[in-house]
Design a protein around this ligand. Structure first.
Ligand SMILES: Nc1ncnc2c1ncn2[C@@H]1O[C@H](COP(=O)(O)OP(=O)(O)OP(=O)(O)O)[C@@H](O)[C@H]1O
Length: 221
């Protein structure tokens, strides 16, 4: 059970103006946290920081009370990012993309085979296992990236706009699978600008004008 905490953090790129200021948020095991906001509000920026890809300019990002550190440290702590642009290797098949990621994070070849088959099936992609990423539709690629994220058995699962190219039935299927990840004990964070997706989450943090405001935060003091 892992907790990821951002504390009074400011995020910026290079020497530029801050994208977000004074952000405090905790991703808790067993919960779905929605991060909402219009295009450019800073959703990807916040998830990048939670993934160890962007260090805070001030404040802290920590996991179970210790600094999160860089991306390698975050991966070692089980922080998995499903990126907005899917991050899949075009020259590999759907199954290879997933299997390589499982092995790279310490899984055995047998683990990789089993988890690849299970996660592709969960996303309705068993028939696409052997197809190159370039041969898949945008929605199929997005579902493959989600399957890869699920196969990695995250402690903290960060999903950046992962339902944007999906029809209603697949969107619901993905939400059900993310809920199952939370039920397994993962802390799940979803960046979305879809109100229905946000409504399906336990808490909602809204980003606007460089700051973060709670829309729903049950259980807070
Ligand atoms: N690598 C970067 N270098 C400089 N500025 C960046 C970089 N990435 C994002 N930004 C800026 O940070 C701000 C927030 O961008 P971000 O991608 O986090 O927003 P978002 O809420 O995820 O948007 P969208 O919904 O369109 O994906 C924007 O003004 C953007 O131009």
């Amino acid at each position: 059970m892992t907790t990821l905490t951002v504390e009074t953090a400011e995020f910026a790129y290079g020497g530029g103006e801050p994208v977000l200021r004074g952000v405090t948020v905790t991703a808790r095991a067993g919960e779905l946290l929605a991060v909402t906001g219009t295009s450019g509000a800073g959703k990807t920026t916040l998830l990048s920081a939670m993934a160890g890809l962007l260090a805070p300019r001030t404040g802290t990002v920590g996991v179970d009370g210790a600094p999160l550190g860089d991306r390698d440290r975050a991966v070692a702590r089980g922080v998995v990012l499903i990126p907005q642009e899917n991050g899949l290797a075009a020259i590999l098949t759907a199954a290879e993309n997933i299997a390589v990621a499982v092995i790279a994070t310490g899984g055995t070849p047998a683990d990789a085979r089993r988890r690849t088959a299970e996660s592709l099936e969960a996303l309705g992609l068993s028939g696409q296992a052997g197809q190159l990423i370039d041969e898949l539709s945008g929605g199929q690629q997005q579902r493959t990236a989600i399957a890869r994220g699920l196969a990695l058995r995250a402690e903290v699962l960060l999903a950046d706009e992962v339902t944007s190219e999906l029809d209603a039935a697949n969107r619901q299927k993905v939400l059900d699978l993310l809920r199952a990840e939370a039920d397994r004990g993962a802390a799940v964070v979803l960046a979305t600008h879809d109100p229905d997706t946000a409504a399906a989450c336990d808490r909602e943090l809204h980003l606007a004008d460089g700051t973060a405001t709670w829309v729903r935060n049950p259980g807070s003091a």
